[in-house]
Structures are given as C-alpha cells and as structure tokens.
Design a protein around this ligand. Structure first.
Ligand code: ZN
Length: 703
C-alpha cells in the first residue's frame, strides 16, 4: 500500500524546481498557500505557478526575466521571475498563482548594509512501448543525508513517451522496513519527453529498494538507490585557515582585496589587468521634455553624464509672436527650443518636429526621441528640465574599469596545468565573487601553513576573475539590485526611453561565440530590453572578451569554473541546443563525459563537506539537460573552441524547510549569513577542482 503523507503532495516538476507546492492533490490536505502580495509598482523575484505552457511561451517570447529554469508539472510550469506587482496581477488574471516571494527589489540596499540536471544519456533508443503496458527504466536513483535528514531522488523513463497522461509512482523500502511512495511528474523540454522525476523526497532512513509502477500497468525491476555523491575530500588539517569573507563585496571592495592579496603574497601572486576596459559605471544624461503621460520628447546627451552632461537643461518656449519658425539654440548648457507659431501666434510644432529639429541642429551633442505614445502630438511648452544619468552610486568611479585577475601558484610560467575560476558575469549574483575570493585567499594563506596546499600550488597555476561584470555589479549594488546585464545600452529609438533604464545592457553570458543566438541556438534574445540580450554580435562586449583573452593567453588552462547563482547546480557542456528538434551542441565523448561526472562527484562531495549542502543529482549534468539552453555562454566557448573542461556552478542551493516541508529558493542576494555559507562551501568545491586538475596532470605525465 502507499503511505500517503502530506509531503507526497510536494513533489514537483523538474529538475529544477522546487515549487509546485500547492497543486491540489486529491485525498491529501494541501498545505496552505502563503499570501503573496506585491504592490503594483514594486518589483520582486517571485516563484510563480503558471497557467500553462502557452503562458510560459508568451513570457519567453516577451523577453521575461526568468531567473531559473521553469519546471513543468501537469502542464503547469513553475518559474522564478523578476516582475512588478502589476505584471504579477496580469499573470494572476491569466491563471497564474504566486507561490513564493523569493526576494524584493528593495532588499538590495538593506542587505548590502547588513552585511558590510543529471549525466544520464537520454536513452529513448531501445525503449519501445509494447501494446498497452509500458516498460519503465530507472535513469537515476540516489539517496543522501544532510542535516540529519535522508533524501531520495529518482528519475524514471517510460516507453510510452508520447502519452502525456501516464502516471508513475515510486515505492521505497528502507533498511529497517519502513515503506512509502511518491508520484513522479512528466518532464518535457523543448517539446521532447525526457523522463519522469520528482524533487528530492524526505525518507525516514536509508532506502534499500525502489520500484516504479505506471498507470498503464508497467512495473520496473526493483533497484537499489546509490549513495550520492559518495565522494569525500581529504580532511582539512588542524589549523587550516578559512573564513576570509565577512560582508558582501562591491567591485570597489574587490579591487582593494585584489591589491591587498597582491602585496601580501608577492611570491605567489600576479595581478593581471585584463586587456578590455569596460564602459564604466556611466550612462548618458537624459530627461523628458514635456509630460510623458501627455506628450513628451526624450532628450539625451551623446556623451556620458559624467562627461559634463549631467545638469544640462532643456526647455521649449512659446515665442509669443506670430509666424515664427521652429528654432533650436544651445547656450550656457541650456537647450532652448522656440516653438513654431501660425499667423495667429498659436504654437504649431509637434513632438516629431521638435525631436527632428534637435537632432538636426544639436545632433553632435544631444539626441532626441519622441516618447512612445507621443508621436504627432502638439509639443507643450515645458521645462527647463535637467538632464541626468540617474546613477546613485556616489562613491563609484565613473571611468572605464580595468577588470582584474589573480594568478596564483609557485610556477606562474605556463609550465603547470592551469585552472580558471571566474564569477559575476551576472551583476546581481552577489555571492559569487565571495566564493572565488574565499577560494583564492584559502590557497594563499594556507600555502604558508599547510603542506598539502603548498604542494597544490607547486603543481597548479590558478587564475581567478572575481568580478567579470563590475559595471553591472555597481549598478546592482547602488541602483537596481536585480540588474543582471552589463551597463552598455545598445537600444535605439523608443527603447532608449529612461523608463526602460533597468532593462538595458547585454547579458555577458550570452555574448560568446559558440552555440550563440547568432548561430541559431536557443536561450538568448535579440531584444535589447530582454534579460538575456545577446548583444550586437558575438564578443561585442569587453566583459566577455576579457574572459576569452585570458584563456587564450594562457594555453596551460585546462579546467574552468564559471560561478553563478542561484539554485544549486553543477553543470558542463553542452550548454545550448537549436529549437527545432532540440539538437544540442556535440555531446562530449564517453571518456570526457566520464571525467566530467567523476570530477563532479568529487567536487559535489567537497561542497557538502562544509555545511552538508548536497547538490541534487538531478541538477548535476550538462547545462542543456539540467537547466536550460543558454545560447552563447562562456563555458561552451571555452570547451568547444579552446578544449578546456569548463563547468558552471549555480551556488545557493534550495534549502529544505522542515516546518513547511518545502524546498525554498534562496535568491540572488540572500541574507548575508546564507551568502557566507555559500562562499565557504563552494570555495571548498573550487579547492577540489584544483586537486582534480593536479590529478589529471599527474595521470598524463605518469607512464
Ligand atoms: Zn548567472
């Protein structure tokens, strides 16, 4: 018999996700949904159960800021979205349900202050449905213990791949005879059946036997669950030094930390200035001339605001006389547009006339665009208004930024195998530089006190870029905490309206050359306002060029880790596929796949050693399988073009809430204690990556 307990209702959709917590499950009292409220103008990161796949498709087509992979369940995808209360209300009216506010937009400043998928092949081949009864095969069955609690995760494939109504149930038995069961949910990606799965399920002890049954009458062979990851790093010796992070770090803080490490450990460190300076924390200065709710023209400086353009004023005036032509003059930092009049002295200029006149006569200094909705309207007498870049970070240098890398090792001459760790391609992922800097400092500090660390730095050449996207990071810290992209605005026309200021920029991790949007791959956008805008061309951005230039300049680099947040993933290529037929970039060879997975287990084991955080087996595997297609991401270029074993972390694993019986998302900027925990555990993971590299090099040089 099936032991139905409240948490059996909790399993949800895909790999990713956690939620789906509030699907009604007949016969089971559903947990009470929390009240999720969001003011219309307020922006937040919200976990939302969508009405259907069509709603998700509309969101994706519209460039929605999807923070995580939508997990589908019973036709209801669950997605983490950055949206306003107004957008949430619209979604709700269309049948969506908000499940959890992960984080609010205004959490950023407060938190800064407070702190000073699996490597299984998709083996549908060979799986054929016999008439009527389907055949079931376990793709994964893993168990682990964390925080004194035991979890079980399973993936099962049915041969009835085209029947969306097949229900699969997994029954388990523990070593001491307890039994239970839980439902699995169908998971499709890009319209293709993948398997059935459930989120990790709490079980009362070590599961010894699992069986799957389906509603078509299929039964699997009984299988034994495998301990995950079943790898333990070498113990840290007494006196091992760690915990070098005590607050979130802005790019200014990171620059200072890099300089300090360079001075303190001269014999072990080079500070490398990367060749492509960024735009800097800067924007053009802009203002609405007129009232955008009625009629207005957007006036914008050609140069950046900090280049003498903040404070420039603009106005329109009524000449007060009949038959006057439209005239534009710029004097003493004031743009004055004298409007045209008719024979009766009535103003006749339209918004289009005014914008065209400014562009024609002051186009080297200023550009003007008719506000979206104001086309052809009479131009009001307005101003003076003050042009401003709107940037709030008073302490942030506005000039172009030199992105830096630390090179750490005893032999920094290319003679040793190289490892590259880089973080914060995405500005809002505040915990990620904490991971790479904790990693760097552990290596350096312990090289003086710990023989094992000294030996690692004898054998391995380590490169660390703590913040790839400092301009975006400055904007995230000081202006808009959900900023993901860089600060380069490639928009044209009405998309340059200041109301879109938080949507500009290029997604650095969609700007690389392999499997890109420009090559026809899925998971990046050509819309400059989209959260995953790919830029104007491959490597159009300084930030992405820096990563590739560093890797190309140091061909000894054979391993790389791209550190992101959040969700708790460990991933490798392929990271992208084409939509039609879901054709991925080439799969790694069997040997390479074996290396990826074996190394991943070691590293996942090292992460777990810090505070018990176990990255789920369902979230360990190729990007395109466990997360989503990410066209033009950096790891794919490093792997396919430069032959580097390139992984990605998504730090910030969902946390099990014993009280509610739910997995909960931690968000991009969790309370600092959580970010600190992430820095410690994933730094441990990076140290294990260095050991993986050392062992790889040793295996190749030892006959
Ligand atoms: Zn990211």
């Amino acid at each position: 018999m099936f032991v139905r307990r409240r948490w059996t209702a909790l399993a949800t959709t895909s790999i990713l996700i956690t939620a789906g917590l509030f699907q009604p499950d007949p016969g089971v009292a559903a947990p009470t949904a929390p009240t999720v409220t969001l003011a219309p103008a307020e922006t937040a990161l919200v976990r939302v159960r969508l009405a259907d796949e069509a709603q998700l498709a509309r969101l994706v087509a519209g460039g929605a800021d999807l923070a995580n992979r939508p997990r589908s369940r019973d036709g209801h995808p669950v997605a983490d979205l950055v949206l306003t209360g107004r957008q949430l209300a619209d979604l709700t009216r269309q049948g969506a349900t908000a499940v959890q506010i992960v984080q609010r937009a205004d959490d950023g400043a407060r938190r800064l202050a407070e702190s000073a998928r699996a490597a299984q092949a998709r083996t549908r081949a060979g799986l054929r449905a016999a008439d009527g009864v389907d055949t079931l095969q376990f793709l994964q069955a893993y168990w682990w213990t964390t925080g004194g609690k035991t979890f079980l995760q399973a993936q099962v494939a049915t041969t009835a791949t085209d029947d969306p109504d097949v229900e699969i149930t997994v029954s388990w038995r523990t070593a001491d005879g307890a039994t239970g069961s839980f439902p699995l949910y169908r998971f499709e990606d890009s319209g293709e059946y993948q398997y059935h799965y459930a989120l990790p399920q709490p079980v009362p002890g070590r599961p010894v036997q699992l069986t799957a049954t389906s509603s078509l009458g299929g039964t699997s062979r009984p299988v034994t669950a495998t301990l995950w990851p079943n790898a333990t790093p070498p113990p840290q010796p007494a006196g091992y030094q760690k915990d070098f992070i005590d607050a979130y770090l802005t790019p200014v803080d990171i620059k200072a930390r890099i300089a300090r490490l360079g001075r303190q450990y001269r014999d072990l460190v080079d500070v490398i200035d990367l060749p492509n300076r960024t735009q800097g924390y800067r924007r053009t200065a802009a203002a609405y001339l007129g009232d955008p709710a009625v009629a207005a023209v957007v006036v914008e400086s050609v140069r950046f605001g900090d280049q003498g353009m903040n404070g420039v004023q603009a106005r329109t005036v009524d000449p007060g006389r009949p038959n006057r032509p439209l005239a534009v003059r710029y004097r003493d930092r004031v743009l004055t547009v004298s409007l045209a009049t008719d024979g009766a002295g009535k103003v006749t200029s339209t918004t289009d006339d005014v914008a065209a006149a400014i562009n024609a006569r002051q186009g080297t200094r200023l550009r003007a665009t008719v506000e979206d909705g104001s086309a052809g309207l009479p131009m009001p007498v307005a101003g003076p208004v003050r042009l401003d870049d709107g940037l709030q970070g008073a302490e942030v240098p506005a000039r172009p930024w030199t992105v830096q890398a630390l090179r750490i090792g005893k032999h920094r001459d290319g003679s040793r195998i190289g490892v590259l760790a880089y973080s914060q391609e995405h500005a809002r992922e505040w915990a990620t530089p904490l991971v790479t800097l904790e990693f760097a400092e552990r290596l350096l500090a312990n090289a003086r006190t710990d023989a094992a660390t000294r030996e690692l730095l004898e054998q391995v050449d380590v490169f660390v870029i703590p913040t790839v996207n400092p301009d975006g990071a400055n904007y995230s810290f000081h202006d808009y905490n959900f900023q993901r992209k860089n600060l380069v605005n490639h928009c044209a026309g009405t998309a340059r309206d200041p109301r879109y200021r938080t949507s500009w920029g290029v997604d650095v991790n969609r700007n690389y050359t392999v499997g890109s949007l420009f090559d026809g791959y899925v998971g990046a956008s050509a819309n400059c306002l989209s959260g995953n805008y790919a830029g104007t061309a491959e490597l159009s951005e300084a930030e992405s060029r820096n990563v590739i230039d560093l890797a190309k300049a140091h061909p000894n680099i054979r391993f790389a880790m791209n550190v992101h947040s959040y969700g708790g993933y460990f991933m490798w290529p392929p990271g992208a596929y084409k939509a039609d037929g879901r054709v991925t970039l080439p799969r790694p060879s069997i040997d390479e796949s074996t290396l990826f997975l074996a190394s991943a287990r070691r590293i996942v084991g090292a992460i777990a050693a810090e505070r018990g955080t176990v990255t789920w087996p369902s979230q360990t595997g190729p990007v395109a399988d466990v997360l989503y297609s990410a066209a033009g991401n950096s790891a794919d270029q490093l792997y396919y073009e430069l032959g580097i074993f390139a992984w990605d972390f998504e730090v910030g694993n969902d946390r099990w809430n014993e009280t509610t019986g739910q997995w909960e998302g931690v968000g991009f900027q969790p309370p600092f204690d959580e970010a600190h925990g992430e820095s410690q555990e994933y730094a441990g993971g990076l140290i294990e990556l260095v050991r993986v590299a050392r062992d790889h090099a040793a295996a190749r040089t030892t006959p």
